[in-house]
Design a protein around this ligand. Structure first.
Ligand code: ADP
Ligand code: MG
Length: 314
């Protein structure tokens, strides 16, 4: 089976030996889907770590088949798709827990928000999608919380006393303080998408956009918007684009600007640490966006980030 090289490399990197076995079993899994749901699986989309392809059912209906490595990630996505049902998210038509398979409504025309050239317009569409994803967190859920994200950053900080990737120890410590302050001062918990960005927002019908691919998380809406703000930033003028996005999101969704910018600072540091290679090198471009959030905080609130989250204010 001819598979996209990036996809094979990513699966090896994330899932090691288990990933190799899963890749080998893909032809069988595709055949299993074709028989179980009476459909023909077509060529896949551009892939990252899951096998996602359009498919045609024998009755003529178009669907999308998403095959994942069974386990925690699959179960979280399943829970999130069910909890967000009919709320600005793609419809889940069927699933197979044992084999990690989703059968999804096929969105059409299906291009992503990344294809819009007008950033402010894209941001307003994203805000509209998010306004449909505002759902209180359920009392009982298997989904992780943003406290877990803070713990993730704390582990990296503790294990790397001299800093990590592009970050000094001081920057990691500052981001951790901000994250701790935010998690300790949450007043209401919401169900979050967990990976809300341009490439997970697809056109569905004319002028309508829907989210796909929720990771599932519990926390504040302000946190859920940061991943979007890290994407599609121009090399020149990233500060102004970020400022516009912060303004659009806070106005359209009536959010807390201070918390949004603070989440921007600590989540940018965290998500950059996820992309540091085993040898300590970092080649992505999220780095330095934390400095943009810091500057934005200082110019908006007239104080430093650390004084903004100092214990006196708790
Ligand atoms: N329901 C859908 N309708 C149309 N295209 C889809 C659908 N779901 C996924 N895709 C396409 O497949 C790509 C990968 O799907 P996604 O669920 O985001 O997988 P991953 O978890 O690997 O990021 C998307 O970026 C999109 O282009
Ligand atoms: Mg995706």
């Amino acid at each position: 089976m001819d598979l996209q090289k990036n996809f094979v490399d990513s699966v090896h990197l994330f899932f090691k030996e288990k990933g190799k076995e899963w890749l080998d079993s893909l032809p069988e899994l595709i055949k299993y889907c074709e028989e179980k749901w009476s459909l023909t699986v077509k060529d896949p989309y551009s892939l990252s770590i899951n096998y996602v392809a359009p498919a045609l059912k024998d009755d003529g209906t178009e669907v999308v088949v998403k095959i994942c490595i069974p386990g925690e990630g699959f179960l979280d996505e399943l829970e999130a798709l069910r909890l967000f049902k009919d709320q600005g998210i793609v419809s889940l038509l069927d699933y197979d827990k044992k084999n990690g398979i989703f059968i999804l409504e096929k969105l059409s025309p299906g291009h992503t928000l990344a294809e819009l050239s007008d950033q402010a317009e894209a941001c307003r569409y994203a805000a509209r999608v998010m306004s449909n994803l505002i759902v209180p967190a359920p009392q009982e859920t298997r989904l992780p919380t943003t406290k877990g994200r803070e713990e993730n950053l704390r582990r990296t900080y503790n294990q790397n006393p001299n800093g990590y990737g592009p970050f000094s120890k001081e920057t990691l410590e500052k981001a951790l303080n901000v994250f701790t302050y935010l998690n300790q001062t949450i007043e209401k918990y919401w169900l979050l998408h967990g990976d809300f960005h341009h490439y997970n927002i697809l056109a569905s019908g004319e002028e309508k956009w829907l989210a796909i691919d929720p990771k599932g998380l519990v926390g504040e809406i302000e946190y859920d918007l940061i991943q979007y703000m890290l994407n599609r930033l121009p090399d020149e003028g990233a500060y102004d684009v970020t400022k516009t996005r912060v303004d659009v999101f806070t106005e359209e969704l009536n959010l807390n600007k201070e918390r949004l910018i603070l989440y921007g600072y600590c989540h940018t540091v965290l998500s950059t640490t996820w992309m540091v290679d085993d040898d300590g090198t970092y080649e992505g471009n999220f780095h330095q966006v934390e400095a943009i959030f810091e500057k934005l905080y200082e110019s908006t609130f007239g104080k430093s980030i650390l004084s903004g989250v100092s214990k006196e204010e708790l």
